[in-house]
Design a binder for this molecule. Structure first.
Ligand code: SAH
Ligand code: SF4
Ligand code: F3S
Length: 447
């Protein structure tokens, strides 16, 4: 019997990847995609727990689903993701109509959980960190949604930054075997992917064995995947400064498919704050890493994550963050006010910074980062760059794609196919996208 599934995804790209895998594992049970919760037999909320606001969203969405379920009692509601892992019991207590709660490492058990909820009524809860890897038990369907695909190669985190819930919600660091990753990457490319973004909470902590059995890291893995014919671009996210090794830097110098854009979170520019965050490096170390990377790949653009108002952060320490931003020059960034998360060491620290100070610092930091992003986008105007065409634009004949630096670009290119890389001259900055014109029919970038 055909049933309908709707998945709402919050949080990071790893959740986006997981949502696709959950749909894969449920497809053999007859679940096809629904338009929205209204016409779904099963609704999954794939949740995020990273900041207070993120997990509050879960409860307000559940409040709405409770009403939908009153009208259609047969509908099943499942909560997956990081809030499910962190607050499974609490969710069931506050929202007793929830049928399934499943943590990020137990998605391969979804069919059984859904069956149990259908049979028995009452919530089926699974927030174990199973000994078996979900990757070995999830079907490998790997149908990319478009030319740009995600592939999770590493999960979990052992770094325990004092502000962060991820080590608790995703569990210990785990690297998938290189051969499995390559197999999945080949399937994605066969299915039409031209760009693959390798995902992990600490993606550059990935380690495994090479074809000769020797220990390798992300640099060698990237080179191996770059050999896949038909794959034009490789990216990876999110990296930790502590795990940028020489082999990875060298891969940026020598592997043209590795795109010159790197998300490398630094969080703060003040050494005392970095220490209290347990980041394991100083501001100076970060600057040296950026230098090494830029020496290897001079056109490398960087983005980062920042937290303002970490407990005890003084005005001078906040200004050290602004100094670091000025020293690096970022092409993009995400910045957040510190959010005290239950169970993390930083939540219990004295010297919590007042809300007004956090607001004010965030605004100042974001103004600087906005200026830098705009300056970066301005710099590319007039140049011809390879654009990977991802989808049709709003107007007839128009296409939308991305530059090597992740900039969204639109241009009139009626002959261009989705998944093709075309050379585009960048002309004008728009609010969300750069307008360009086709410079040549084919690109120099390998495809
Ligand atoms: N693994 C990545 C980050 C994953 S979380 C890394 O190590 O950099 C994504 C971002 O959310 C973090 O980089 C941080 O800037 C932000 N973040 C995490 N916990 C937070 C908290 N408690 N309050 C505010 N921002 C937080
Ligand atoms: Fe969280 Fe730190 Fe691990 Fe990143 S490295 S996921 S910020 S604990
Ligand atoms: Fe959120 Fe979990 Fe990702 S907390 S950011 S969904 S790893």
């Amino acid at each position: 019997m055909s049933k309908k599934l709707f998945i709402r995804t919050y949080g990071c790209q790893m959740n986006v990847y997981d949502s696709a895998r959950m749909a894969d594992v449920l497809a053999p049970l007859g679940y096809a995609p629904a338009q929205g919760p209204e016409d779904a037999d099963l609704v999954i909320l794939n949740t995020c727990h990273i900041r207070e606001k993120a997990s509050e969203k879960v409860y307000s969405e559940l409040g709405r689903l409770r009403e939908t379920k009153q009208e259609r009692p047969g509908m099943l509601v499942a909560v997956a993701g990081c809030t499910a892992q962190a607050e499974g019991a609490e969710i069931v207590r506050r929202m007793p109509f929830v049928d399934v709660v499943v943590g990020p490492q137990a998605y391969h058990r979804l069919p059984e959980l859904v069956a149990r909820a259908t049979r028995a009524g009452g919530a089926a809860l699974d927030t174990d960190f199973p000994v078996e890897s979900k990757f070995d038990h999830l079907p490998l369907v790997a149908t990319p949604a478009g030319p740009s695909a995600f592939l999770t190669i590493q999960e979990g985190c052992d770094k325990f930054c004092t502000f962060c819930v991820v080590p608790y919600t995703r569990g210990a660091e785990f690297s998938r075997p290189a051969a499995d990753i390559e197999r999945e990457a080949r399937m994605l490319v066969e299915g039409g992917a031209r760009e693959i973004t390798l995902l992990g909470q600490n993606v550059n902590a990935w380690h495994g064995a090479g074809e000769d059995g020797a220990a390798i890291g992300l640099g060698a893995l990237a080179r191996r995947l770059a050999r896949i014919e038909g794959l034009a671009r490789l990216r990876y996210t999110t990296s930790h400064p502590r795990d940028v090794d020489d082999a990875l830097v060298a891969a940026h110098a020598e592997e043209p498919k590795l795109m010159p854009y790197l998300h490398l979170p630094v969080q703060s520019g003040a050494d005392r704050v970095l220490e209290a965050m347990n980041r394991g490096h100083r501001a100076e170390d970060y600057l040296r890493i950026v230098e090494r990377l830029r020496r290897a790949r001079p056109d490398l653009a960087l983005s980062s994550d920042f937290i303002v108002g970490f407990p005890g952060e003084t005005e001078a320490e906040f200004e050290a963050t602004l100094d670091l931003v000025r020293a690096v020059g970022f092409a993009g960034a995400f910045s957040f006010k510190f959010s005290a998360r239950p169970g993390t060491p930083a939540a219990a620290l004295s010297g919590q910074v007042a809300e007004e100070a956090r607001d004010e610092r965030l605004q100042r930091l974001q103004a600087l980062l906005r200026d830098q992003a705009e300056a970066f986008n301005r710099e590319v105007l007039g140049r011809v760059v390879p654009v990977l065409v991802e989808k049709p634009g709003r107007h007839p004949g128009q296409v939308v794609g991305r530059s090597p630096w992740l900039q969204s670009v639109h241009c009139h290119a009626p002959g261009a196919a989705i998944g093709e890389t075309i050379d585009v001259r960048l002309l004008r900055l728009g609010p969300n996208s750069i307008a360009g014109e086709v410079a040549a029919p084919a690109s120099g970038e390998a495809a």
